[in-house]
Design a protein around this ligand. Sequence first.
Ligand code: SDX
Length: 392
Amino acid sequence: TGGVITLDPGYKNTGSCESAITFLDGENGVLRYRGYSIEELAEKADFLEVAYLLIFGELPTKEQLDKFDKDIKSHSVVDDDIKKILDAFPKSAHPMGVLSSLTSALTAFYPTSVDVTSEEQMYNSIVRILAKFPVLVAWTLRKKHGLPLDYGDNKLSYVENILKMMFKSPSSDYEQNPILVNALDKLLILHADHEQNCSTSTVRIAGSSHAGLFVSLASGISALWGPLHGGANQAVLEMLEAIKADGGDTKKYMAKAKDKNDPFRLMGFGHRVYKNFDPRAKIIKAAADEVLNDLGIDDPILDIAKGLAKEALEDPYFIDRKLYPNVDFYSGIIYRAMGIPVEMFTVMFALGRLPGWIAQWREMRLRNEPIGRPRQLYIGETLREFKTIEKR
Ligand code: SDX
């Protein structure tokens, strides 16, 4: 571990890049943000500290963190006209489509975020989006539940305020639950960055044309939506629910996952890079146990998940293909315990990944990277002469 992977100089045109933000060792299940292990950060840091670390490269001093928090809070109001855009969506709209549109729309209301030529302008755009994104997430959820779109309490911590904005109701006093605050803080840290995954590469390549930060993030949200990527956490819960409805028949779904004629895949299993365990899945599995235990919830879905994981980890098909539970396999169980509806699970992934996307976009812009321009291996027709329609 810690070895340096050398890239062919031609990598500049392949969409790959050099980055100093996140280190992954897929063979040994190692994940580090700016050199700090994910295990230590999940245990000892809070999400805003990790966001600062990813974006600016160092763990913040108390003064730096207080200023970061204050600057974010100073931008926590979203132009009320954004609600008119939200109102235009049917309640049935998928939250990821709503969130991507609203994030892109922010550029119209805060145009200075478009062409950031100075570090100060970049900083202002960064604290702006860190402040407004949780509001958009909360409003997306509240719109679905027909609740008023307003704010939480800036006296609370970043993560406490996210939960309050999402769940406070005019009909009852909102009670902070420290178990849920800690669990969400940990989940957001575990999702915060992951090197050049599909959505992060999308953010980098969109930003490489010097499109603004907000629209680059909107493109990342769209890429994350897919069930093979961030959409997997929603697909895992739907799969576990289907197995539960099917009398808990995990063997039937294991057989489907192995049947080459069946497009079904075991959601939450496998990874492009981790060909051993996903260190995040280990931490989330322990957290799921803890949260359900502390809340006194006996969720049969967790038992089904554990049974399925045990079977898969002992099955030659999965062992031979090095398929292990990934970050999405257990996270939905905790979101469910928080009362977050399943169609919002991928939005929670985006909320966690936001600082990573920002850090990667900022690194790409500060390094003055050229516009992303992957090349191809042409496998089409050789030169052909045009035929008039009568001769076709
Ligand atoms: C994320 O890249 C990142 O870092 C992403 C992410 C992040 O933090 O940004 O970690 C977040 O996206 C995690 C992945 C979430 N997606 C899922 O859980 C969806 C289910 N998993 C798969 O669709 C799949 O494993 C992928 C998409 C994750 C990886 O796909 P690959 O690289 O195409 O899989 P592979 O080529 O390594 O597959 C090898 C074999 C194939 O079978 P054979 O052709 O060799 O016979 O394993 C099979 C695949 O069919 N396989 C599966 C499987 N995943 C791979 N078979 C059944 N169930 C699965 N889940």
